[in-house]
Ligand binder design. Structure first.
Ligand SMILES: [Zn+2]
Length: 88
């Protein structure tokens, strides 16, 4: 149960910044691939990336975390969060 005003801190798997959990986008890894968990409530082991930093959506930077699926995850993040035009 939540107690007091403690803010959970999570780390972006790409840039390793520590930020309040609500500032990060949760990613859940499933056998079928990755799910972008905008509710933050899906079961499973989550990882976090910065939704406001396009550098954290780059395939080659995601590779350490996502391995061979880094390209797929990068495309998902860019589609969801906005392309180079910075929409959203
Ligand atoms: Zn980041």
């Amino acid at each position: 149960m939540a107690r007091g005003k403690h803010v959970p801190i999570r780390m972006c798997v790409v840039c390793r910044r520590r930020r309040p959990k609500h500032e990060l986008l949760r990613i859940v890894r499933t056998p079928e691939g990755f799910i972008l968990d905008e509710s933050g409530k899906l079961p499973g082991r989550g990882a976090y990336v910065c939704p406001d930093n396009p550098a954290c959506w780059e395939e080659k930077k995601l590779r350490r975390f996502a391995g061979a699926r880094a390209g797929e995850l990068s495309r998902m993040l860019k589609a969801r969060l906005g392309g180079e035009d910075g929409q959203g």
